[in-house]
Every structure is written in structure tokens, then in C-alpha cells.
Design a protein around this ligand. Sequence first.
Ligand code: NAD
Ligand code: UFG
Length: 335
Amino acid sequence: MNILLTGGAGFIGSHTAVVLSQAGHEVVLLDNFCNCRKSVLERLEKILCKALPCVEGDIRDTTLVIKTLQDYKIDAVIHFAGLKAVGESIEKPIEYYANNVQGTISLLEAMKSSGVTTLVFSSSATVYGDPQYLPIDEKHPTSATNAYGRSKLHIEEMLKDVANSGADWNIICLRYFNPVGAHESGLIGEDPNGLPNNLMPYIAQVASEKLPHLNVYGNDYPTVDGTGVRDYIHVVDLAEGHLAALAYVQHHKGWDVFNLGTGHGISVFEMISSYKYASGKEIAYQIKGRRTGDIAECYTKVDKSQGILGWHSKRSLDQMCESSWLWQNMRNDSV
Ligand code: NAD
Ligand code: UFG
């Protein structure tokens, strides 16, 4: 199939580009490079031994998206493009709704006018809010506490309406838990601008002595050791989830949703210990107060993605940390 990845030069998009291309799909990237470096294209070429076509532009440029869909005879779209920083979304809600919601409307208009009706959308476990029960299944009630999460919920609702509009749409939403790690080559990975917001990239910079210590946000949660528990998933497992989702969505009319995670919760202390082992470095940390908006514990029920998509995660926490550490050491090298 010919597949367009919006936001395909970003963290999850670039890993998915590798997996889809290696599975024999023709992959086209569309990215405005607002949150990634252009050097990712050379790095992808090095991994795949071929250059992937990349259109530089914004998904809100409907004319450009239409041209891209037609020029490359696109059969399906995976829609990664979006802004994703929770804190920033609270300060800049208009930018988040304009980029994420308006951007998705523009993409849908372009798809409709080009007759492309197969879409996989990057949603997030953040739409479950504070869990009412664990593990979280796809029927868990949804809610949002910030503009980022609300933009994902609005898009999901919008996609449901489009799928039910009587047209020939095949749409699925994938709710990712906590993607971490990097490609085994060490050539692509997560590349946050400035101070990392998320746990693993922050630990990576403490291990490499770019940052002095990790702030552990709370050790008084009702969890195994008092620190926050999350369902961390290797980004290559997540990318493989998209391959499975694509195979399913082609033959599935209407709208559907799947959680993508491992089904296992890992605490902050467990993550520190595993990263220390993978890197051979001390991870200094200080206990701080809870971070506003954080939940205690979150992990998925895997039955639906296993049963219907036939997909499950394979890579261990050690592999997540080892690949992150390799990327941390290689990311600044020239290709
Ligand atoms: P990322 O920032 O690395 O990738 C997003 C890409 O989209 C970037 O390359 C950026 O330049 C591009 N982009 C943003 N707005 C654009 C626009 N208007 N037009 C064209 N390109 C645009 O983020 P990621 O971690 O790869 O996340 C991909 C998707 O998955 C996002 O929608 C994100 O909300 C979602 N998600 C991520 C996580 C996570 O923890 N990384 C968790 C759940 C969901
Ligand atoms: N944490 C620290 N110190 C840090 C960073 C994080 O102790 O410097 C703790 C947090 O308190 C939490 C855990 O590590 O207990 C994980 O935090 P992350 O910021 O890595 O991940 P979150 O689960 O808070 O949020 C992430 C994304 C959201 C997304 C969500 C679910 O940032 O956008 O996963 O996919 F919605």
C-alpha cells in the first residue's frame, strides 16, 4: 500500500516509517518540522538503504495535502502530526486546537476530496483521565483535564461522526500508553526540545550528565513503592502495532479504537533502576512534590489489541532502556 504519515519525521512516525517500509509498504512523510530535525531523513535513509519521499509542509495547507495524496496515489493515512506537550497546551490552548483539531479537519477535507477514506489516528491514554479501574480497557469512560487531552477527545469524536456519515470511511484511533526507547540502530529516537517533560528522556540526560539529577514527582502515591506507575511501551513495538492496525483498518468499515501498551505497570523507581543497569551510570534523584495533574497508576488491558489486531508488545523494559541509552549516545553524531 501507499501510505502517508503526517508527522512522519517525528518520534513515533519515524519508527513507524521504518517498520512499514521494511514490511513492503511505500511510505511518504509529510511534516512541517516544528518538533523534529531534518537530519532524521538522512538517518532513515541509512537504516532503510533508500530515501523516503518527504513533503515539507503543514497539514492545515489543505491544497498541499490534496496534492500529496494524489501525487503519491495514497491508499491510507496514519495521522501523527500534532502538538503534544501537556503543560504547553494549558498555556497555549488556541495553538493546540488550531494545530491538532483544525489540522485534522484540513486532513479530512483533503482525504474526502481525494477519495482516500482509510485513516489511523494517534490518540493517547490521556483520554482516560484519572483511571476509575485498572487495567484500563477501551470501554473505560473518557475525560480530559488539559487542552492537549481535550484536543485528542474532540478529534476522536469528530472521527466517529465522519465514520458514521454514510461515506465509505475506515477509521481507527490508537490510544498509546507511554512510548519510550529508540530504534536498535541508535540512529533515530526521541529528540525533545529543551528540558524533557517525560521520564525516560529526562533520565537519559541525567545518565549522560547533561542534567544533574532527576526530580521524582511524588513518593506517596498508593503504588508499589509510592512513585507513579505507567505502562511504558517500546516505540518499535508501538510501530509494529501500526502495521497490525493498518492490516485491520483496510477491511473494517466505520470507527474503532484500540489501546496500545504492554499491560504492565512500571514505577519511577523501577525505571531508574533499569536505566542504571542499562547505562552503567548512577541516576541521581531528588524526591519532590507531586506534579499537578499526574495520576498514580495507569496501564492497559491488552485483550482487544491482541484478540482483534493480533498484536502484542515483545520488547522488555531492559530493551527500552538499552535502546534509549544507545540513542542518547549516538544522537549528536553526524550520519
Ligand atoms: P513528535 O512531536 O515527535 O512528532 C509529531 C510530528 O508532527 C513532528 O515531527 C512535528 O514536526 C509534526 N507536526 C506537528 N504539527 C504539524 C503540522 N501542523 N503539520 C505537519 N507536521 C506537524 O511526537 P510523537 O511523540 O511522535 O507523537 C506523535 C503523535 O502521537 C502525536 O499526535 C501525539 O499527540 C501522539 N502521542 C504521543 C505520545 C508520546 O508520549 N510520545 C503519547 C500518546 C500520543
Ligand atoms: N516523572 C518524574 N520526573 C520527571 C518526569 C516524570 O518523576 O521528570 C514521573 C511522573 O510523575 C509520572 C511518570 O514519571 O509518574 C511518567 O511521567 P511522563 O511525563 O513520562 O508520562 P505521563 O504518563 O505523565 O504522560 C505521558 C505524555 C502524555 C500522554 C501520557 C499517556 O506526556 O502526553 O503519557 O500516553 F498523554
